[in-house]
Design a protein around this ligand. Structure first.
Ligand code: HEC
Length: 192
């Protein structure tokens, strides 16, 4: 059995640069390959992640994806139970087909009073952030369904049916805050 103390320094260190600072010596050792591989994979992943989520925006960030999925489920729930929620209406406002259905109804039925672009005429401007009866999706749906009888806004629910009122609400949600040129002066409370 050898009684030699264990050597902690490499036997042949001539090809390695030794740094010495305050008496502490350090060899310029090669980083292990597994370590370098991990570093490079991380860098490539980071660049890829940035490109996919932020640059090209090929897909939704997790929060947005979660919100969309919740709204989609709320929309399904609304269909099943007949209860119309804000989340369900927001989901419809992202559905191009529904929105164009709503736009068609708006142009044929509502434009006379609210102007074709929603800028307002007899009825209020629907493109500003001000609302007389609330600017949440549910509020807008309720106002359209039930109307404001004493102010000249009919109850459209019975005439159009819930589906078409939902579609026209979805369309109005896409107008919110677009502030079209030459629109009617704001009425009501600032909301969004
Ligand atoms: C005959 C005119 C007229 C028509 C047609 C009409 N509206 Fe209105 N609308 C009004 C008036 C007037 C008001 C404001 C009521 C008030 O002063 O409380 C109003 C209010 C609204 C509001 C609430 C705005 C707010 O600030 O809270 C919404 C939303 C709306 N209308 C949507 C529609 C939709 C959708 C249609 C078509 C299906 C429609 N309106 C058709 C006259 C009309």
């Amino acid at each position: 059995m050898s009684t030699e103390p264990k050597k902690t320094e490499p036997q042949s260190g001539e090809d390695r640069v030794i740094h010495e600072v305050d008496g502490i010596q350090e060899y310029d050792n090669q980083l292990p390959n597994w370590w370098l591989a991990t570093l490079f994979i991380t860098v490539v992943f980071g660049v890829g992640y940035f490109y996919v989520y932020h640059q090209a925006q090929l897909t939704d960030l997790p929060n947005a994806a979660f919100q969309k999925e919740s709204e989609r489920q709320a929309a399904e729930e609304a269909k099943r139970t007949g209860v119309v929620t804000s989340a369900a209406l927001l989901s419809l406002s992202r559905d191009g087909t529904k929105v164009s259905e709503g736009k068609a109804t708006f142009e044929s039925t509502c434009a006379a009073c609210h102007r074709a672009d929603g800028g307002g005429n007899i009825g209020p401007n629907l493109t500003d952030g001000f609302w007389l009866h609330g600017g949440s999706p549910e509020n807008i749906y309720t106002t359209i369904s039930k109307g404001v009888a004493d102010k000249g806004m009919a109850a459209w629910g019975p005439q159009l049916g819930s589906d078409r009122v939902q579609a026209v609400t979805a369309y109005i949600l896409t107008l919110r805050g677009t502030n079209v040129a030459g629109g009617k002066a704001p009425q009501g409370t600032a909301e969004n």
